[in-house]
Design a protein around this ligand. Structure first.
Ligand code: PAF
Length: 285
């Protein structure tokens, strides 16, 4: 596995692969790898001729007062994992190699970015879109893989690639969970033992909605009430940031579930901000 820090060196290598007709898969990450990242790398290794893992804690997607400096990092461990997973390249640029001091160009998908996580992180998704677009231009991958835990991010990046005719297939892979159901996240490292013990209740609450839907409750107000009642008991230290039922692609709020809807939530638990989601399917009448 090559470790490349220089974007120009990476671009030259990838141009050669592209001209040789090789199928390159990109797994963009911010590092501190867990099983979720590994599942993306595994899928990339199995489906592509070349696998590139990028590791870049992207300053542009952190707002003022967010955890950019504290974000967990362990480069040597990450490099060992990427190598073990069969990556051909680990691309790990320094921030000043990715952004000029007077960086002035941003990519935004406002219609999908103003809701859910965008409500409290108004500049987050333009930072994500901009860095992912830069990676796509440098690497020219045929496929890029992302986790469905960040469902909104995935919907936005799919839209960006479609609208800008980017010749890359943006694919999502299922959330990887701990044995007790907590969605894996690098930020779980912030949880104290007490917070960690109650964190699975985030997903358990969403599963209450799936159960209630199966019994015939299709109004999302009723489903939300059931989730909040569960959290009140089982997630007492959690502070809800949002709990929303939306169309899975357009992210438009849904009041009554006819077929499918995504229920998505963000909860603050101590220093951690946890997100999770679940695709709901109404029973066939
Ligand atoms: O999901 C992430 O880890 C980041 O948002 C991404 C896609 C690597 C962009 O920095």
């Amino acid at each position: 596995m090559q470790i490349i820090h220089d974007p120009n060196e990476l671009a030259a290598l990838c141009r050669g692969w592209r001209f040789s007709g090789l199928h390159t898969v990109l797994v963009p990450t911010m590092g501190y790898f867990h099983e979720g990242h590994k599942s993306l790398m595994r899928a990339g290794r199995e489906s592509g001729d070349r696998l590139i893992v990028s590791l870049f804690v992207n300053p542009a997607q952190f707002g003022p007062g967010e955890d950019l400096a504290a974000y967990p990092r362990d480069f040597d461990r990450d490099a060992a994992i990427a190598r073990e997973m069969g990556a051909d390249v680990l691309f790990a640029p320094a921030p000043d190699a990715m952004y000029l001091p007077d960086h002035a160009t941003w990519i935004e998908v406002p219609s999908l970015s103003g809701t859910l996580c965008g409500l409290t992180r108004p500049t987050h998704f333009r930072g994500v879109c901009t860095v992912v677009a830069k990676l796509f231009l440098l690497i020219m991958p045929t496929t890029a893989l992302f986790g469905e835990k960040d469902w909104q991010q995935l919907a936005i990046l799919r839209r960006m690639a479609l609208d800008l005719n980017m010749p890359v297939s943006v694919k999502g892979l299922p959330i990887v969970r701990e044995a007790d159901g907590l969605a894996m996240s690098s930020r779980n490292a912030y949880l104290t033992p007490e917070e960690r013990a109650m964190a699975p209740a985030l997903q358990q609450g969403l599963l209450q909605a799936a159960r209630l839907l199966a019994t015939g409750e299709r109004d999302t107000a009723g489903l939300a009430q059931a989730i909040r009642a569960y959290w009140e008991k089982q997630l007492p230290l959690g502070q809800e940031e949002y709990l929303s039922f939306v169309h899975p692609e357009t992210l438009v709020p849904v009041d009554h579930i006819e077929n499918t809807a995504l229920v998505a939530a963000a909860v603050r638990l101590g220093k951690a901000r946890l997100i999770d989601n679940l695709l709901l399917r109404a029973p066939v009448a």
